[in-house]
Design a protein around this ligand. Structure first.
Ligand SMILES: NC(=O)c1ccc[n+]([C@@H]2O[C@H](COP(=O)([O-])OP(=O)(O)OC[C@H]3O[C@@H](n4cnc5c(N)ncnc54)[C@H](OP(=O)(O)O)[C@@H]3O)[C@@H](O)[C@H]2O)c1
Length: 335
């Protein structure tokens, strides 16, 4: 039996870089529940924090530095949930250590960072994917299939928003310039990503405004009109200073598709609605762990060598679109 035959059925051994909230609450439990992965190790800048998480998962080792986790030969794939400004550095270091990388969105803080990360992946011969977990939810896959099949006719406008209120958390990484915070980086990237997926393209021209409240290190609200050419538009907005909301609407020349909870459906049924003239179709989706679908997909790619569902060319185009929106808003990134 060859080595690859021996490992083909073995769960992928994951290492977790940081004790970030999103890891502890969503991605670590998803890996623990996955059918093709197991939690091998977690690293924190503070060893007791890593130990506290590892204690909940039998067999999970704790490291007191990210370097130590990357040097752990038992780790095959790394999940990176560091602040945005650290994604590039640690993805590049993980790839150089021979680890596959699932890195949180936005993949890099700039297009140049995404290009450097892609190059590091290629040189090391490992896999790298931007963790846009919502793309794995069946409601999104179905909606995109319906749109592509012409359910609303040729699409003329994609509208989307994602906002929540973090004014009472001044220490939040999202509000810090040095950590590449900002509402477009954190939540506006989702409706942008969806509009790009609908049109299978990036905007050709952009008009935008960014709001930087007095005393804020980063923008806290952005609104943008995106022109994809051929009479195809998108209007997106995002904010850190509004009550939580999210939605997607896709208007075609024959109908309209709406997704009331497109990005973080959590433990609830979700609905996609298509209206065409007097007809309305509602498709309901049972509660689904989109984080689990994402990590199972990535682990399957690690085992088979298949390219991940979300390609790096798309992550590069996404970073370029974020840059174009900031430029259109005359927002000078403070990092
Ligand atoms: N896909 C999703 O659903 C989703 C949801 C939320 C966030 N995210 C993304 O995930 C990433 C983390 O977000 P989060 O809200 O989970 O972050 P968070 O709770 O603030 O955690 C960030 C972690 O990074 C580590 N870290 C290293 N250097 C740091 C520094 N200088 N300042 C603060 N923390 C530092 C810390 O871990 P140690 O102290 O253990 O080293 C910290 O716990 C972001 O890129 C965000 O965009 C994705």
């Amino acid at each position: 039996m060859t080595l690859s035959e021996q490992t083909a059925d073995q769960p992928v051994r994951w290492g977790i870089l940081s004790t970030a909230n999103i890891g502890v609450k969503a991605v670590i439990p998803a890996i623990a529940a996955s059918n093709n992965g197991r939690l091998a190790a977690i690293a924190s800048r503070d060893l007791p924090r890593a130990e506290a998480v590892a204690a909940r998962y039998p067999g999970m080792r704790a490291h007191g530095s990210y370097e130590a986790l990357l040097a752990d030969p038992n780790v095959e794939a790394v999940y990176i949930s560091l602040p945005n400004a650290l994604h590039a550095e640690w993805t590049i270091r993980a790839a150089a250590a021979g680890k596959h990388v699932l890195c949180e969105k936005p993949l890099g803080a700039t297009p140049a960072e995404v290009r450097a990360m892609s190059e590091a992946r290629r040189t090391a011969g490992v896999l790298l994917m931007e963790a846009f977990m919502y793309r794995f939810h069946p409601q999104i896959r179905w909606a995109l299939e319906q749109i592509a099949a012409g359910a609303v006719g040729p699409v003329r406008l994609v509208r989307g928003a994602f906002a929540f209120d973090i004014r009472s958390s001044p220490g939040n990484i999202r509000l810090q310039a040095a950590l590449a915070g900002g509402s477009l980086m954190d939540v506006g990237c989702y409706p942008l990503n969806f509009a790009r997926a609908v049109y299978s393209a990036s905007p050709l021209a952009v008009a935008a405004r960014a709001v930087v409240p007095s005393g804020s290190e980063v923008e806290r609200s952005v609104a943008a009109v995106l022109d994809f050419g051929g009479e195809r538009l998108a209007v997106i907005d995002c904010s850190f200073e509004q009550p939580a909301q999210q939605f997607i609407e896709v208007a075609g020349d024959r109908g309209r598709l709406t997704i009331p909870r497109p990005f973080t459906p959590r433990e609830q049924e979700t609905i996609v609605r298509i209206e065409r003239g007097d007809e309305a179709v509602e498709r309901r989706f049972a509660s689904t762990d989109q984080y689990r679908l994402q990590v199972e997909h990535f682990a399957a790619c690690v085992r088979t060598g298949a390219p991940p569902f979300l390609p790096l060319a798309d992550a590069r185009a996404q970073a370029e679109s974020i840059e174009a929106i900031y430029a259109a808003a005359s927002y000078a990134r403070p990092w």
